[in-house]
Design a protein around this ligand. Sequence first.
Ligand SMILES: Cc1ncc(COP(=O)(O)O)c(C=O)c1O
Length: 441
Amino acid sequence: MNPASSSERRDVLHSWCVQEAWNAPTVTGGRGARFWDRDGREYLDMSSLAECSNLGHQHPAVIAAIQEQAAKLCFVTAAWGAEPRAELARLLLDKSGFEGGKVFFTLGGADANEHAVKFARQATGKTAGLIVARDRSYHGASYAAMALSGDARTQAQADPAAFGVLRALPPYAYRCPFGTTSDLACGAAAAAQVACLIDEAPAPGAAAVLMEPNAGTNGIVAPDNYWPALREATRQRRVLLIADEVMSGFGRCGEWFAWQRHGEAGRPDLMTLAKGLTGAHIPLGAVVLSREVAARLEHEMLCTGLTYCGHPLACAAGAAAIRAYEQEDLIERSKDLGRRMFERLKALQAKHPAIGDVRGGQGLFAVLEFVKDRATREPLAPWPESPAALRALVDAARAAGVSFATRGNLLLLAPPLVIGEEELNDAIDLLDRLIGNQVFA
Ligand SMILES: Cc1ncc(COP(=O)(O)O)c(C=O)c1O
């Protein structure tokens, strides 16, 4: 362990780990799809660190925009106007086609989701309206966001009922909770359950449904029919649909926003953003509201705000990030390269019986689910335990200079959208060798 790591281990309280077990290298630099530590070891980043460095590390145009804004003006309170804030709001409304809508800025994904829920409740006039969210989801780690999340790690900490949250079962076609045997049947059954929950919600009734349209921390990629069916069910019932695009947005799923794959049939009433919004160069989150939702808030007091809402440095980074995605054609690149990555992963599945399922493929996002037995689909470890074999595989990959992310039985692939095709293929070749060497039983 290097000296900086040991002092960090002593002085910093780290997230999502047992403190005494934390022992990570200190990262001192990065460029494109690679970063390196203070001992000079370099890593190819196959998870965009926290599925957020979509533009790669140290994107020069984003850094220049931050520097320029820092030299000009670092801070303006939300009570006054700020040019980068207005510019970024305009860009987001353009890219999402939310003409006539509005954007509220937050500091990250959790507070974006909490604010989307506040706005949905206020706009529907149901101040204590119920929110339908699902199991095996993740919407953040502040209290209300934990209650919205159906996440095994946080469920003991925030009671969904106390926050007015109803839970639906996930559209997890590989292990369908409704017992169906096809993706589409699972998607239809899961959307029908959401409709039932709305219909049977106790007074004051449901105000909104909050879900991810595609990729996610918990490794469930919804079948194609799920999101449009949710849209239809919520529209018929006059309940708002909130798309959590914190992870799936900004090219991760081959579109600016994952719902756009379904065209107008997938357009939500609100959507939440973070991560790829600035490519993680500066923390920033946002809620994008449709024209109708924004109109309902136009003449009422909005009783919320954060000191750093729409911070100029973060908004300048966000505007530069959007221009970079556009100029480098990264959304289209993610779609093309993601398709090829998916084909290679399907070939790995055909070769290695330990890979039970491969999901994703719409962009540079894919999930491999590992099993003990392909025929029975017996999990490598009960969810959400992390199996020793997968931990060993990730450690060996890291020693070989490639950084992968895992969650339970899942390996999540979400490289920066700027990754070279050769780099990507090298990482998959390494995965192939490591899976071949590892015993999964
Ligand atoms: C889908 C989704 N929503 C919300 C969040 C929370 O975002 P943040 O960590 O910025 O609060 C995350 C973070 O991983 C996420 O993946």
